[in-house]
Ligand binder design. Structure first.
Ligand code: ADP
Length: 399
């Protein structure tokens, strides 16, 4: 048993993910998820050491969900009393203009997070449910909010502002907030350490089901692809990424779609899912490689071309904004595991002197590694993100 730990909580609309982190080693001591909150029957999965416990239980709301988390630590271990929890770190998607770093959750901070609900209507209300119950059930430890947007509060105005009429933009808080900031900050800092330089021109590609790119110069973010919401930027599992905003008007006028229908279409039914029927990259490659259905294979290949081309456009524009490029880092589910995506992007960048080491790039390895050739003009790195550890470390600053 470790001497101290941080409990990291990511409370979503119908799930609570949690991880007990040893902040010194960075190890996950235990982790789990409560799912299907509000459904007739909920589900909890808890992992501790080699033991995996799965239970179907009724979880009508977040209060019950959080109680179940504490209960399963009691029954399956490790005992939270013995884990010496120094702080609870809560992931919060939207910190707006209020937060440029982690914040100790007081009633005032809690209310500010509530104020920001209109900017993140799916996420912030769900976070608040988790925060409120956790503060009630664990009143003796500091609760800390770690914001997905905080890192990008440092963006220069030229990257954060849209060319929207100023009065409207200011009145309705319309600007680029970015997302995945905890990951972009963590990974870019780790890359500086790994390469022993703090004057790097970096691009971080966080390619998960949601995907975002950032440009980081001398440790500071100068641009990022997600905007007011996580919809903007790269093509994603189910999101369009960049699209002409006039498509919204077009679909409303010509197809008679409502705002909510377009919202769902763009966020949940588009991207890889919308173009191939599959949102998981492994399945998309499966469709591409399936010779028995050449039509579907061709369509999926085209979708992959759109995906890679969008990455290429962002890398090109960020290299221009950075005034050069030292390193591209791949992280998150696809970035860490999909060697074909990495290879295809690197090959497209060959005219700029980028050379991938095909052998080093092959397969999935949990460890950070350089996958470019020694004479590549840009260093290519695969670096596993660890948002829970980053949240735990930030939460600890208030312990
Ligand atoms: P999120 O946190 O946004 O849900 P993750 O970072 O966990 O996403 O990434 C999930 C995605 O990673 C999956 O949807 C899948 O597309 C991709 N992925 C995971 N493993 C592999 C793999 N071995 N090869 C290709 N893609 C993978």
């Amino acid at each position: 048993m470790t001497s101290s730990s941080v409990l990291v909580i990511n409370s979503g609309s119908s799930s609570i993910k949690y991880q007990l982190v040893d902040p010194e080693t960075g190890d996950a001591i235990a982790k789990g998820i409560v799912e299907r909150i509000g459904d007739t029957m909920g589900f909890i999965k808890h992992e501790y050491g080699d033991a995996v416990t799965e239970e179907e239980i009724p979880v009508p709301d977040h209060t019950v969900g959080m109680r179940e988390v504490l209960r399963i630590f009691d029954t399956e271990g490790p005992s939270l009393a013995e884990a010496h929890i120094l702080a609870v770190g809560h992931r919060v998607v939207q910190g707006g203009r209020y937060f440029d770093g982690p914040a100790l959750i007081t009633d005032e901070v809690r209310n500010l997070i509530e104020d920001l609900c209109p900017l993140a209507p799916l996420h912030n209300p769900a976070h608040l449910k988790g925060i409120d119950v956790a503060r009630e059930l664990m009143p003796d430890v500091p609760h800390v909010a770690v914001f997905d947007t905080a890192f990008f509060q440092q963006l220069p105005d030229k990257a954060a502002l849209y060319a929207l009429e100023t009065e409207t933009a200011e009145k309705y808080s319309v600007r680029r907030y970015g997302a995945h900031g905890t990951s972009h900050q963590f990974v870019s800092q780790e890359i500086s350490k790994m390469l022993g330089r703090d004057d790097l021109k970096q691009i971080v590609l966080h390619l998960g089901n949601g995907a975002s790119a950032s440009a980081v110069k001398n440790g500071k973010p100068i641009d990022t692809s997600m905007g007011l919401t996580p919809l903007e930027g790269l093509m994603m599992g189910t999101r369009t990424g960049d699209i002409d905003p006039a498509v919204v008007f077009h679909l409303q006028r010509v197809a008679g779609m409502s705002v909510d229908e377009v919202d769902t279409l763009f966020n949940k039914k588009s991207g890889m899912k919308g173009m191939t029927g599959e949102s998981d990259m492994r399945s998309v490659w499966g469709v591409i490689n399936n010779t028995s259905d050449p039509e579907a294979s061709k369509r999926a290949r085209t979708a992959m071309d759109v995906y890679i081309n969008r990455l290429l456009k962002y890398v090109g524009s960020y290299a221009a904004e950075l005034g050069g490029l030292d390193v591209i880092t791949f992280t998150a589910g696809i970035g860490e595991n999909d060697d074909d995506v990495r290879r295809e992007l690197a090959e497209a960048l060959a005219p700029f002197g980028v050379k991938i080491d095909v052998e080093a790039n092959k397969g999935r390895v949990k460890e950070p590694r350089i996958v470019s050739a020694p004479d590549s003009a840009v260093t290519l790195v695969v670096y596993p993100t660890n948002e829970e550890l980053a949240i735990a470390r930030q939460a600890l600053t208030f312990a």
